[in-house]
Design a protein around this ligand. Structure first.
Ligand SMILES: Cc1cc2nc3c(=O)[nH]c(=O)nc-3n(C[C@H](O)[C@H](O)[C@H](O)COP(=O)(O)OP(=O)(O)OC[C@H]3O[C@@H](n4cnc5c(N)ncnc54)[C@H](O)[C@@H]3O)c2cc1C
Length: 421
């Protein structure tokens, strides 16, 4: 490999010695069987070393492209390296939709599902919750297919797997009929209104995101993504003390609204409204780091108050913070495992040394609420603390030993936080 690969943010230089882009599953099987340490990389959008490998690093983006809709089952089978943005258009044209998307369409489907990536919406699980089956190449080079219907409980362990069980080559996802969304942005939601009406605010649309700089006072923006067909879609009128924005907005102060998906209530298809950012632009602010913590939804107000207590440490390093909700699921390593959650996200300036101690301070504040960090973002919590928040971790560790008895798919981060059983 000439020149080292880095992640999207540029804060991680991968240590892998060799990089592969197989063109067939057979070629991938030979690479895996012949390697002693190998891991998959998606589109490299994680902010920590989760995708790194001490030996071989493999992208499945070169495998034959598959988008196979099964209308009778309402599912689609896709090649694992496909990006959500590449899948969404063809699905919509065929009259189908995914139930939800993350804030950007650029990430790979396998990479997003492996870390429990999520969007927002009280009734919407994370993106991995849509997976009904997957195929992966395991340590010996064998191809294994697992499904929600055929593999019972064990399936809960293999979807959010941090790349530690094998290299996923295809996934089958649940579909729903295509739907339209109207996106409304409100500004200046008073903090006391949020505390008093938090559940109603998040229940007020299909997907709701709050943005704040933690500078005290009001929540700067509320993005409400409403089903276009819903009776009584909110008219752009003042709401709980917040004002409807009089033009398009970017959530990060000073960034151009042209990067963002259409707002002002203009109806549009699900895939052009659920992500915050358009596929043709560099998402978010580019020069940044990210962290996120999921806490049980019943502790949302407490969690926000806890961050507020240290806002003078948070705000100076922050570009923006986003607060979303995620439905509970049954995926063992999912940060929303069996907990309807509120997810508190931080987009930081790109200064890892300054950010690290603030992560520790946030984690101290959120520890009593048993916060689970996003696997693909920066966190400081000790392995013991993180492990204690995943009741099915011992079962996952047994799965690791089963599919990867020699520890081929491990790396420093994974071996530290979810060691083989
Ligand atoms: C600008 C920006 C916005 C973001 N917005 C959101 C958001 O809205 N919500 C959210 O939850 N997260 C968000 N994230 C985080 C991001 O979604 C996750 O880090 C996600 O895992 C990245 O996907 P990826 O394809 O880049 O995976 P990578 O970062 O490349 O890899 C992540 C993990 O997936 C594994 N993996 C990848 N491909 C395979 C495969 N074929 N088989 C097995 N394992 C595999 C890797 O080994 C690794 O463990 C954002 C990140 C950025 C940069």
């Amino acid at each position: 490999m000439t020149g080292r690969l880095t992640n999207w943010a540029g804060n991680v230089t991968f240590s892998a010695e060799r990089f592969h882009r197989p063109a067939s599953v057979g070629e991938l099987q030979r690479i895996v069987a012949g390697s002693s340490r190998v891991r998959a990389i998606g589109t490299g959008h994680s902010f920590n070393r989760i995708a790194d490998s001490p030996g071989d690093l493999v992208s499945v983006a070169g495998l034959p492209r598959i988008i196979q809709i099964d209308a009778a089952r309402a599912t689609v089978t896709v090649s694992a390296g496909l990006r959500y943005g590449e899948l969404a258009g063809p699905l919509n044209e065929a009259g189908w939709a995914l139930r939800n998307l993350g804030s950007l369409p650029h990430i790979s489907i396998a990479g997003a599902c492996a870390t429990g990536t999520h969007g927002s919406g009280d009734a919407n699980g994370n993106l991995a919750a849509a997976v009904t089956a997957l195929q992966m190449v395991t340590a010996g080079g064998d191809v294994v297919t697992l499904s929600r219907d055929g593999d019972g409980e064990r399936f809960g362990g293999v979807v959010v797997a941090l790349g530690a069980l094998g290299i996923v080559t295809s996934l089958t996802l649940d579909l729903v009929p295509a739907f339209g969304i109207r996106q409304y942005v409100y500004e200046g939601l008073p903090r006391d209104q949020l505390d008093e009406h938090l559940a109603d605010i998040f229940a007020s649309a299909y997907s709701v995101s709050l943005f704040t700089g933690w500078r005290g006072g009001a929540i700067s923006q509320v993005w409400r993504k409403c089903l276009a067909a819903a009776v009584g879609s909110p008219a752009p009128a003042p709401w709980l003390g917040a004002r409807p924005a009089d033009g398009p907005r970017h959530p990060v102060p000073g960034m151009p609204a042209a990067y963002c998906t259409q707002q002002l209530g203009v109806p549009g298809p699900w895939h052009e409204r659920l992500p915050h950012f358009r596929p043709e632009f560099t998402p978010s602010s580019g020069e940044e780091l990210q962290s996120e913590y999921l806490v049980p939804r019943e502790h949302a107000v407490e969690a926000l108050a806890a961050i507020d207590r240290i806002r003078n440490r948070v705000a100076p390093l922050l570009r923006i913070s986003e607060i979303r909700t995620v439905a509970a699921d049954d995926l063992w390593l999912s940060p929303s495992y069996q907990r309807p959650s509120v997810a508190i996200h931080f987009t930081w300036v790109k200064d890892p040394e300054a950010v690290q101690p603030v992560l520790a301070a946030i984690e101290d504040q959120l520890a009593p609420l048993r916060a689970r960090p996003h696997w693909g973002k920066l966190f400081a919590a000790s392995p013991a603390a993180v492990r204690g928040r995943y009741p099915r971790l011992p079962d996952f560790q047994r799965l690791r030993s089963h599919y990867d008895p020699v520890g081929k798919f491990g790396n420093e981060l994974v071996d530290c936080y979810v060691p083989a059983g």
